[in-house]
Design a protein around this ligand. Structure first.
Ligand SMILES: Cc1ncc(COP(=O)(O)O)c(C=O)c1O
Length: 392
């Protein structure tokens, strides 16, 4: 063992993957504040600010807004563990990896999972989804609003409307939409929404912000069987965040980060923030198409603004492209499952969605593709700049 260790020095990567996204300096600064105890009055002041700011970013009047310790998957599992009941019907609409993960969690809870599945990146036909839900009459309907494995935005409203007609609750995964695209919990009718800190909110991973509707809380309070998971039981968590009684030792540092990330969303204004993401996404797509590449999600209105999935051009090895970029400290991701080797997954989210980011990553990608022998059809950055200027 050496007897001295120089202070840790992490490399500074350009984060253009599906998350984590770049952390804003203001969030880093907040994280350097002194740690207080998990029952300290100041800690609860912060959690109350987080509660009200979450109401704003989720566009909801719900009061049950909290941040779970853990990543987005903890939010997913808290939603599923609290609302999937053993033996009860649980409808899952899935067209990607994260939809399938919800199904696996519900199966482990003993729910009777019934799936309406589409190819990865294929949209749901709203009528088909409605008919399926009406026919199955489940207790819960779950879906992913922003499917990070494919770059697809699934429309929540028709799903939630059909679910409510049959008195089912809706669980919506908003991990890649919150802070970057309209989640609109109340308007869409999402009863239980969860997300993460490391994408649209510009914080490191570590908390799962959630919101729960009064209707869902009523169901939870009426539940006779115990929620199988102690840590993820939302009512127990509420005794902590509302009742201020010890549940677990939540990280003050992560709450500072989230408070700061959410405050930045509020100061920017939610609509302005969505518009920023939309504009940068459109510019990125213009650049991609100028190079002669195609987007995996065919219909422009089904695409995520936060996470772009251009298809890997014929003859190009995506792993080599990613390696080339990583050697230059730039992180993007590839596809997996049925999309392995077929798409790049390139994030422009939160603090990392600016016009400079768009131009930088297009230039880097063009360079990497050329290095793999691909000759771009046109000038990506010029096309992106044109779109950016037109949008102003
Ligand atoms: C749509 C979606 N759901 C859930 C998760 C899981 O989140 P985490 O990796 O933070 O646990 C992710 C992660 O990227 C995601 O993109």
């Amino acid at each position: 063992m050496p007897n001295s260790y120089p202070p840790l020095q992490a490399p500074r990567r350009f984060l253009f993957g599906p998350g984590p996204s770049p952390v804003s300096p203001r969030v880093y600064q907040a994280m350097a504040q002194p740690v207080v105890g998990h029952l300290d009055p100041f800690f609860f002041e912060v959690t109350e600010q987080v509660r009200s700011l979450l109401g704003y970013v989720y566009s909801t009047r719900n009061e049950f807004n909290l941040a779970m310790s853990g990543t987005g998957s903890a939010g997913m599992e808290a939603a599923v563990a609290s609302f999937a009941e053993p033996g009860a019907k649980f409808v899952l609409l899935t067209n990607g990896f994260f939809g399938d993960r919800i199904g696996e969690m519900a199966r482990r809870q003993g729910a009777n999972v019934v799936r309406l599945a589409k190819q990865w990146g294929e949209p749901f036909d709203p009528q088909e989804a409605r008919d399926f839900i009406r026919r199955e009459r489940p207790r819960v309907v779950a879906f992913v609003q922003a499917e990070t494995s494919t770059g697809m935005f699934n429309q929540a409203k028709p799903i939630c409307e059909a679910a409510h007609e049959v008195e089912a609750l809706t669980i919506g995964d908003c991990v890649t939409s919150l802070g970057g695209m309209p989640v609109m919990v109340d308007e869409n009718g999402i009863d239980i929404a969860y997300s993460c800190t490391q994408k649209g909110l510009g914080c490191p991973p570590g908390l799962a912000p959630m919101t729960v509707s009064p209707r869902a809380l009523e169901r939870l309070r009426a539940r006779t069987a115990l929620v199988h998971s102690w840590y993820l039981d939302l009512l127990l968590l509420d005794t902590y965040f509302s009742g201020h009684r010890y549940h677990h030792t939540a990280s003050a540092t992560m709450f500072y980060a989230l408070r700061e990330g959410l405050a930045m969303v509020a100061e920017e204004g939610l609509e302005n923030r969505w518009e920023r993401h939309r504009r940068n996404h459109l510019a990125f797509v213009a650049g991609i198409e100028a190079m002669g590449l195609e987007m995996h999600v065919a219909n422009a209105s089904d695409r995520l603004w936060t996470l772009n999935t251009p298809r890997v051009p014929k003859g190009v090895d995506d792993a080599r492209v990613r390696q080339y970029l990583l050697e230059r400290d730039i992180e993007i991701a590839g596809g997996f499952g049925p999309l392995a080797g077929q798409v790049f997954r390139i994030g422009l989210m939160g603090y990392g969605s600016t016009s400079e980011d768009v131009l930088f990553i297009l230039g880097a990608l063009e360079d990497a593709l050329r290095h793999q022998g691909y000759a771009p059809a046109g000038d990506a950055r010029a096309a992106a700049e044109k779109t950016l200027n037109a949008a102003v």
